[in-house]
Design a protein around this ligand. Sequence first.
Ligand code: F6R
Length: 617
Amino acid sequence: MCGIVGYVGRGDAVASVLEGLKRLEYRGYDSAGVCFKSEDNTLNLYKKQGKLANLKRALVGVDHFSHSSIGHTRWATHGEVNDLNAHPHLSDTLTTSEMISIVHNGIVENAKEIRDELKGQGFSFKSDTDSEVFLALVQREIRNLSESEKPVVAVCRAFKYIRGNSAFVVQGRNFPELIAVKRGAPLVCGNSDNRDDILVSSDPYALAGVVNTLFFPHDDTVTVLHSSNDVGSMDPVIEFFDLEGNATTGFDTKQQLIDVTTTDKGEFEHYMLKEIYEQPKLIRSLRDYYFSPEGQEMLKNSQEFKPERVHITACGTAYYAGLGIKTFIESIDNIPCQVDLASEFRYRNPLISNKDLGLFISQSGETADTLAAQELCKERGLLTAAIVNVEGSTLYRKSDNNLLIKAGIEIGVASTKAYTLQVLTGRLFSNAMAGKKLDKVLGERFLLLADRISDLLAKVDMIKEIAEEIYNYKGYFYTGRGKYYPSALEGALKLKEIAYVHAEGYAAGELKHGPIALIDEEIVNIAIIGPELYEKTLSNIEEIKARKGVIVGIGPEGDDSAKEICDYYVPLNFKGLEELSPLYVNVANQLLAYYMAKFKGTDIDKPRNLAKSVTVE
Ligand code: F6R
């Protein structure tokens, strides 16, 4: 979703901001912009609809060397995608003291109310965005400052009017520092070891390779980033204040874990493919981590949990991982478990009690709906736990307990490796909650899964050939039964996201209760044929076949009767994988979706309309 990058320091501010924005491209965006301060302190704005390349083109021939700049990649919420609605927003007042620019992530829920009030006071608005109201609010508060008050006071006062989750960075013609403030939206900052480069962003990845120690301001903390050009060598370059303007310790500190050198695509054409191929190695390292003393320590709390019920909430792929984890919790822990879409959870007045556990699953740890579900559980006194990838994310910081999935940065917008590691971490969690120690059998099953996935990746041509045959059909049903049902849902989601075709995941036995009306020779059924409910699954396939649907079976190796009824067949060796086998199937689905999208020629790593981290509700 939207990305923020701000820079003050001795270096080339615009170059740093553009580099940061480039790193944030993976989050998804529809326009990009920068504002920079020239030597005479004027603020210069360039913003363009579309890819970052459009913005860079607009900057060709412009002298943009500067020591202060803010930039943004926008994912539209309020107002259509166009140059005007792109960020930054710059005031056009003639009063230089009020000349400021801002960038914003999140949603101002009371934007209309504030806009109407400000219009009554003579302010006018150029864009249709909710963000621009903050620009006007800060202008107004700057105008009302007493002589002794600093601009940070105006930002604090303006922010108090804002409802909803937002992060802003403000740049001013008349003040050298950048001022950032946030509530419920991610923000991180830091400076290079030599203090020459001071950066703020919505994502630590933008700071990788420059900043080693990261600062994460808490909600309602204002961060002031001073240029090293303007402060003495002993003065702090970053300061934190509460909304009353008092210095505060309302921030967390963490070492930067992302290494830019490990985040290029290497030999792979797309990040998604690279991330699919990383899975065997990551499964082995997840196992090693949780068998190590550090990992055991992380699991220790889970051994104490004795909840009456578990409520899992998550979105999208993470929700499907939750469906997989539910089967572990119910079968291994014998505890009732409910899985909710985070966007629905809090609006249905869920029956939750303080004897229950709230379990949240998220790759980014920044998904607004998941965070809101977590907040509700906390308000109702539930113990909370998160299965999360990004250490230090908001979800991570707000959870009573965390289990890291150790997937490394996931750049492809369509989640692949995170799903696999979420489910596996859920398996470890259910084991710990059952009071069991990690045993050799489970460890070996993880290794077997890694090996089987490696074997499948080595036979990728077989899946590629099937993808080439089926990529142009009208629609796709992914079917599975029992523990394979989440894999059917996840398989269909992957295909929709990256190949832009209609696909649905269905419980195989449910098709005849309605959707079978859609089946004809233009519909493909990707049928997961697991060893359990085997005969019933084959009967379900026969029903599709009788209506001329095209069948791609993903089923047991060496099974001629299954193979015979399918038009195409992906043989898998399920033996010994037991409850982990749906993850093996899912990798076949990931590859199938990837190659179908590739034959369609879509933008696989940055599918249209999608954002990697959905920070608005
Ligand atoms: C799909 C995908 C999304 C995310 C969802 C939740 O490939 O990536 O469905 O799973 O937006 O995101 P996180 O896991 O960051 O909370």
